[in-house]
Design a protein around this ligand. Structure first.
Ligand code: ZN
Length: 90
């Protein structure tokens, strides 16, 4: 998977080539996602996701997926206890 070169201007206003359809309509935004269930449930806030307005696909970059795995493996060091463990990306 190629890594995207973001033209850093303003958050949420960045367009780049979509990995799925190849159009210059991919935008980065931030989402909150749940992972796991029960005791293993973890909520990661502000995870950057790439969303293509052309094909409608959303996906994480390889770098983001790697970071999510790292947070999950070490979640005790990343989380603050709310009703469920919540971590912030980066
Ligand atoms: Zn696309």
């Amino acid at each position: 998977m190629k890594s995207l070169m973001w033209h850093k201007t303003e958050e949420n206003m960045i367009c780049d080539i979509c990995d799925i359809c190849g159009n210059n309509t991919a935008k980065k935004r931030k989402v909150t996602r749940n992972y796991g269930t029960g005791k293993e449930l973890i909520v990661i806030e502000d995870t950057p996701v790439i969303n293509s307005t052309h094909c409608g696909e959303s996906y994480f970059t390889a770098e983001t997926l790697h970071e999510i795995e790292r947070i999950k493996l070490h979640k005790d060091g990343f989380t603050t206890q709310k009703s469920v463990p919540v971590a912030s990306y980066a």
